[in-house]
Design a binder for this molecule. Structure first.
Ligand code: PEP
Ligand code: MG
Length: 580
């Protein structure tokens, strides 16, 4: 992640022609490609008319336009579903079915026949259906989002406006959106996504993390990005935090040069170590078995964070023990012989689950989230641990397991007991709540290892919502208070001789990685695409030098000063090669 700074004003002008927009970058890569806009629902007045040849249509033509809109939306979604797989396919097929629903269509047409304007008619009938679905609860209640998506698509089609939602990509593209829900990201054809750019969101929000996991450069908080015309050529530079529309030849050449450098860095697959041979395992963060299969290879020493909640998202009920065991088994097989740290379900806050999280929490990030779900749904955790125990038995691998959002040593003890009862031998917890960092020694007495989740640790230490991009300067691991918590945790680990890893996004920042090593962190887990640059940076500094860098960071009075102090001490070669 580039150092988050308050969002600078836009240079140039929004829209077409060469200009530069600024935001907060996630990752370090740069790419060039055409822009594909994820359109928000059209804001149309309820009395907007269907136009034929520029003039409001009569009743019969309006009716025909609406009928055609329902039919084309249903056919389009069905077509998209037929080319998709897995969850994306299920979501698209269910939505297509709604667009083809007779009751929905005929009630809208009846209202239009009775003289209501078309948009008002669609709105009214969809609102009625949504209320019915919500009252029915369960599966139907969860389909309300799909119902609203049908409404937006039908209105857009009837009025001849661009279709809202995730576009079908025909070539590798820079996907631009106001914001992306996890479900939108799931509906993207990732093979054709070069980069993700959003106007909203924060650098450690889940869109940014999913992009990072997929190795895609990402920019968030880019004011004006949704005004860039569809198809315009754009350069995304995650390291600089810039979106350059219609880049010149020099910038395009620079992007190519950096791609070549990244390819060269990726060729080095030696295990992570400092210049004097102190080992620092370089691990990958993953969310699915497919991720594990994609990233497995000589340059990746294992998985330091398997975000299992991805398996639970977009479902109406938790996956069964057998389904989970199959998924965990796939990951263990893909990583055969390497460490895999499975993180138990981290639902809640920005990752709500219909069947587990409480919808009415006022402060969900401070609520029943992560390990705390054991208070309301202990069966979710126990089934998950049993599934992991089953995968362990079936593969012969020895997975590590850890719980998110642990605040006390007593919670760590309870989690360890449950995990060991399920047959998992190496049990740890995440340190993401300042209370756990301050009491790391007591927490470590209960478990075999800890892993610092610096995204949440910064959020909770700085009382700054990780989704609020405009506070990104506070939500910064370089903040002295956050570094103190990391240092306290690493010190406790060294004292008791137990591993302390980092699996937040900070581990993938080469400069911060050096500081973390100097603080005593024993492994770094990051999006696989970040490993090459981190390996290179660590290799060019001795452990003693990393300790000096860490001391310089801790001595600084502010986040920018800490980063600047470290940058001034980093080897020139590393600064030059990585463009720091
Ligand atoms: C973190 O909080 O740093 C972390 C790794 O967990 P997540 O980002 O999934 O909350
Ligand atoms: Mg976390």
């Amino acid at each position: 992640m580039t150092t988050p700074t308050p969002v600078a004003p836009t240079e140039g002008h929004p829209g077409a022609g060469h200009h530069v927009l600024r935001g907060v970058g996630v990752g370090r890569r740069a790419v060039v490609g055409p822009v594909a806009q994820v359109r928000a629902a059209p804001a149309v007045p309820a009395d907007a008319a269907v136009l034929v040849d520029g003039v409001p249509a009569d009743a019969a033509a309006t009716r025909a336009a609406l009928e055609a809109a329902f039919a084309s939306v249903a056919a389009g979604l069905r077509e998209q579903a037929s080319r998709a797989t897995g969850t994306v396919q299920e979501v698209l097929a269910a939505t297509a079915q709604m667009a083809a629903d007779n009751a929905l269509r005929s009630q809208v047409l009846a209202k239009v026949d009775a003289g209501q304007p078309p948009v008002a008619a669609v709105d009214a009938v969809v609102a009625q259906f949504a209320a019915m679905f919500e009252a029915a609860g369960g599966y139907l209640a969860e389909r309300v989002t799909d119902l609203r998506s049908v409404r937006d698509r039908v209105v857009a089609a009837a009025l001849g406006l661009p279709a809202p939602g995730v576009p079908e990509l025909h070539e590798p593209s820079v996907v631009v959106a106001e914001d992306l829900a996890p479900a939108d990201t799931a509906a993207l054809d990732l093979a054709k996504v070069l980069a993700i750019v959003t106007e909203l969101g924060g650098p450690t929000g889940h869109t940014a993390i999913i992009a990072g996991q997929l190795g895609l450069p990402c920019l968030v908080r880019v004011t004006g990005a949704t005004d860039v015309p569809e198809g315009a050529l754009a350069a995304v530079d995650a390291a600089a935090g810039t979106l350059t529309v219609e880049p010149d030849d020099a910038l395009r050449a620079d992007v190519e040069r950096r791609a070549a450098r990244d390819a060269a860095l990726a060729e080095d697959t030696a295990p992570g170590a400092t210049a004097d041979g102190h080992a620092v395992a370089l691990l990958a963060n993953i969310g699915t078995a497919e991720d594990a299969e994609r990233v497995a290879g000589p340059g990746v020493e294992g998985v330091g964070l398997f975000r299992t909640e991805v398996l639970f998202l977009e479902r109406t009920a938790a996956p069964t023990q057998a389904d989970q065991a199959a998924a965990y088994g796939r990951v263990l097989r893909a990583m055969a012989g390497h460490k895999v740290v499975v993180r138990t379900l981290d639902a809640g806050a920005d990752k709500p689950l219909a069947f587990a999280t409480q919808p009415d929490e006022e402060n969900p990030a401070l609520g029943v989230r992560g390990y705390r779900l054991v208070r309301t749904h202990p069966e979710l955790l126990d089934t998950q641990l049993a599934a992991l125990g089953q995968a362990r038995a079936e593969t012969g691998a020895e997975p590590w397991v850890m719980a998110p959002m642990i605040a006390t040593a007593a919670e760590a003890r309870d989690f360890a007991a449950r995990a060991r009862a399920a047959g998992v031998r190496t049990v740890g917890v995440m340190v993401e709540v300042p209370a756990a960092a301050l009491r790391a020694r007591e927490v470590l007495a209960e478990v075999d290892f800890v892993s610092l989740g610096t995204n949440d640790l910064a959020q909770y230490a700085m009382a700054t919502d990780r989704l609020r991009g405009e506070l990104a300067d506070l939500l910064d691991v370089w903040q002295p208070a956050v570094l103190d918590l990391v240092a306290a945790t690493a010190r406790a680990g060294a004292e008791v001789g137990k591993p302390v890893g980092v699996c937040g996004e900070s581990a993938g920042d080469p400069l911060m990685a050096l500081v973390l090593v100097g603080l005593g962190v024993t492994s770094l887990s990051m999006s696989a695409g970040a490993i090459g640059a981190v390996r290179y940076a660590v290799r060019h500094h001795t452990l003693e030098r990393c300790r000096e860098l860490a001391a310089a960071a801790l001595a600084a009075g502010s986040a920018p000063d800490a980063r600047a102090a470290v940058l001034a001490l980093v080897a020139d070669e590393v600064r030059g090669t990585l463009g720091l």
